[in-house]
Write a protein that binds this ligand. Structure first.
Ligand SMILES: Cc1cc2nc3c(=O)[nH]c(=O)nc-3n(C[C@H](O)[C@H](O)[C@H](O)COP(=O)(O)OP(=O)(O)OC[C@H]3O[C@@H](n4cnc5c(N)ncnc54)[C@H](O)[C@@H]3O)c2cc1C
Ligand code: FES
Length: 372
């Protein structure tokens, strides 16, 4: 699936078939996919699903990367989807999931989305490198398993940073993968608060340590494609450093779980007050072939998504923070100001796509098409 053939996510209710503790603060949750929905849950390694639940009286949606590789292409599809959820203390959904989810529960799961996947036409002799922190390892699990199984000549190197061993998600699964592919998988655990024998693998990854890792363990000249997933600052540091060392922009793929300006996301689609004399913006949108219209007062500076949700509850979104791309639509008339974009590729922007959760109309009338 390339960016031009992205499908739009749709929710279906799936049954939780397993909840497996990974660490004291993280779980793997598996959903059974019934045979009639298997086509909807095909995915590429590195993609994510959005989960939707009612928590404390609010509808809450959050995205979680799929941690297992897709079923080999035998035409039978995936009979399950597994995600890794790290508890974010103080977070709404992850705490609820840790305290409540159990086998037999039903939860709404959106069909897989995302472009954090390999662009290579084939993986023969490819060397794929991942740099992950904390729960950022989740898509790496799917990517590494997929890459190593796809070609006997493919290699995967993973630099994975955590505070201490007890925080390492998928520790045993990574060790099993290493046993299975001892010569083709290189695993480098970097622990910020635990002393390891190699000084290079202890302490926080800053510019100096990253450069030392690239000099000694993972020379960029040996790598075909890079995958970065972790906090905003680490991903930014890795991108800048790799590009500074001559790695082409196109060979670096990254996924952010939160943007730097993220805020808790509840009460989307709430009513807005209209002041006397407010200039109104007219927002027209098409979704599933059906056109709808909503007005938004200019001073409210609403994003298209927020206004659209007032009139239709099925408008697609997940992170509402400009990182996941679920709310993508094509702007066909008018102009918008997009506050942040970590999800759309330059070719999508050129073709007129916008993130509706980040797009504020700057003309009196805007028209967007979610179906394009
Ligand atoms: C594409 C994508 C893939 C992802 N994949 C994964 C994955 O594989 N695994 C994973 O664990 N996560 C993943 N995430 C992150 C995940 O979607 C959630 O953002 C994460 O679980 C936190 O959600 P939450 O509801 O628990 O926290 P939220 O309620 O969203 O809170 C987030 C943070 O804000 C703080 N906060 C809450 N309320 C307030 C307040 N009033 N004032 C100040 N601060 C506040 C909380 O303490 C918390 O630290 C992914 C995200 C994206 C976009
Ligand atoms: S909902 Fe995630 S980018 Fe808009």
């Amino acid at each position: 699936m390339n960016t031009s053939t992205r499908r739009r996510g749709r929710f279906h209710e799936l049954t939780v078939s397993d909840v497996r503790p990974l660490t004291a603060e993280s779980i793997e949750v598996t959903f059974a996919v019934p045979p009639d929905l298997q086509g909807d849950y095909d995915y590429l390694p590195g993609q994510y699903v959005a989960l939707r639940a009612h928590v404390d009286g609010h509808e809450v949606r959050r995205s979680y990367s799929i941690c297992r590789p897709p079923a080999p292409s035998t035409g039978s599809g995936n009979s399950s989807i597994s995600v890794g959820i790290k508890r974010d203390r103080g977070g709404l959904f992850s705490v609820w999931a840790h305290e409540n989810l159990k086998p037999g529960d039903h939860i709404e799961v959106m069909s897989p989305e995302g472009t954090f996947t390999t662009n290579l036409p084939d993986l023969e002799h490819a060397h794929i490198a991942g740099i992950a922190a904390g729960s950022g390892v989740t898509p790496m699990m799917a990517l590494a398993s997929h890459v190593l199984a796809s070609s006997p000549t493919a290699q995967f190197s993973l630099v994975y940073t955590n505070r201490a061993t007890q925080d390492v998600m998928f520790l045993d699964d990574l060790a099993d993968l290493k046993d299975r592919y001892p010569a083709r998988l290189a695993l480098h655990h970097v622990l910020s608060r635990e002393q390891r024998t190699a000084p290079l693998l202890s302490g926080r990854i800053d510019a100096e340590k990253l450069n030392a890792i690239l000099d000694d363990l993972l020379p960029p000249s040996t790598v075909t494609e890079w995958f970065l997933c972790g906090p905003f600052d680490l991903v930014a540091l890795c991108r800048e450093t790799l590009e500074g060392r001559g790695v082409p922009h196109d060979s670096i793929r990254f996924e952010l779980f939160t943007s730097d300006a993220d805020s808790p996301r509840v009460d989307r689609g709430r009513p807005v007050g209209i002041g006397e004399g407010d200039e109104m913006r007219l927002i027209e949108f098409t979704l599933d072939g059906l056109s709808s219209t909503v007005e938004s007062p200019g001073p409210a500076n609403e994003a298209i998504l927020d206004a659209a949700l007032r009139v239709r509850g099925d408008v697609p979104f997940a992170c509402a923070g400009g990182v996941c791309g679920t709310c993508r639509a094509r702007l066909t008339e008018g102009e918008v100001r997009m506050t942040q974009n970590y999800a759309l590729e330059p070719d999508e922007i050129e073709r007129g796509y916008v993130l509706t959760c980040q797009s504020h109309p700057t003309t009196k009338r805007v028209v967007v098409d979610y179906d394009s």
